[in-house]
Structures are given as C-alpha cells and as structure tokens.
Design a protein around this ligand. Sequence first.
Ligand code: SAM
Length: 242
Amino acid sequence: MTDELQRWFAERVQADLGIELSDAQLNQYETYYRLLVEWNEKMNLTGITERGAVYEKHFYDSLTLGVLPEAVSARSMADIGAGAGFPSIPFKIAFPQLEVTIVDSLAKRIRFLQTVVDELKLNSAVLVHGRAEDIGRLGDHRDRYDLVTARAVARLAGLNELCLPFVKSEGHFVAMKGTDHAVELEESARSIRLLNAKLRYTRSLQLPLEQSERQLIVIGKLGKTPKEYPRKAGIPLKQPLI
Ligand code: SAM
C-alpha cells in the first residue's frame, strides 16, 4: 500500500530524474524512513525528521544523482562520509544492481546502516568503519570505484583528497553541494590537479517543493592516485591542497 506522499515522490522522481520506482522500492524507502526516525531518538543521525521533508531533502536529493549518465552507468559506488546513508542508500534502493561501499568514521552510524542494509535486504552493500584517509590507502578500495560520492562532508579542496583516491581511472567523483559552490570550486583547482583528476562539469538542480538549489560537481579521474595521497588522517581537511 502506498499513500499520497509516496505517490508524489514516485511521480517527481520519474518526471524530474527519469527514475522508475516499483511499489516494492517505495516500501523500502518507507522502511528506511521509519528506521531513521526510530534510531534518531537514540543517536544523532539527522536534523530532518518530518516525513515529507525526509522524502524531499534526503531521498529525492540523493536521487538527483540519477540525472548524471556517469552515475546511472556505474557498476560500483563508494559513498564517503555517508552518515545516515546519504546519498548511497536511496540510490542503491533505486538501482539495486549497483555494488555499494559506504565509508564512515563513526562506528554507531555504521551500526545503524548495517540494520538498514539487513532490514531492506540490500545485496552487495559493504559497510566500512574508518577514516577515508586510511581506507583510501588499502588495495581493496584504492583506484577501484566507477563512482564516488560525498554529500555534506567538507569543503571541496579537502574533500577531493578524501574521495578521489577511491575513484578508478576514467571513473568519476560527484560532490553534492548546495548554493555558493563557486568559491569552493575555484579553490579546489590545485587539489584536483595534484590528485590526477579533471573537473568535467557542474549540473544545477532545484528541490521540487523547497526550491533550494543543488549542484552536482562532476570530477573525472585521469589515472592512478599519486602515491603521496591521501596524506595522514586529519591533514587533508586541516591543510587542504589549496
Ligand atoms: N553524507 C551524509 C548526509 O549528506 O547526510 C552525512 C553528512 S555528515 C554531516 C558527515 C559525515 O562524514 C559524518 O557521518 C562523519 O562521521 C563523516 N566523516 C567526516 N570525516 C570523515 C573522514 N575523514 N572519513 C570518513 N568519514 C568521515
């Protein structure tokens, strides 16, 4: 059974983002919403708990990745600093064949995500507890993913050093940003170059009801990550490559 909000969500996602969702998938979003609100009472996962707002600002916002050909054609994805699971869990629900790896440095968020993965019966979803600077040096994760994402983790110049080491040659890093990304983009030019990548393009979108602006910044990886990156945990955000 789906209700008015779920039908609105399915219609918007289909019309704006070109993503078709079945009733089974809509039920998965609803279960995710319930788990989020339930666990949020015990730990800090999100400031947004009103049902319509979660569907728009977390689920729809995560699914805006669907407008990017680089994202929908990806077979593997790593989400760095996913927190309560954004954008990777909503995107994985919509594209169940995608192999998803989630990295977060906070153990209790990883425990929450394990419950979500189990309850939603998501296959090929790997949860890694650790700092991106350390995990990005491991052979299983370095230069390995078609698509790497990060939403609301850090400013772009520092974020590039956390995320680009995970991207395979010819793969893409998508930074999900709000307004005011122009200065960030300017100050990120050096980090992009040093990490053997290239800015491809930026795509602007708006949330359907709230109408606030979103930017998807698409950065392509040109080859392997130079061996000096990422630097030791803590350094990339404290001393970004500006
Ligand atoms: N991406 C989610 C979202 O959009 O709602 C969560 C954003 S939350 C503000 C930032 C998350 O990044 C937190 O869960 C934090 O634990 C994680 N994080 C911060 N620095 C990190 C690092 N160096 N390595 C891995 N995770 C990190």
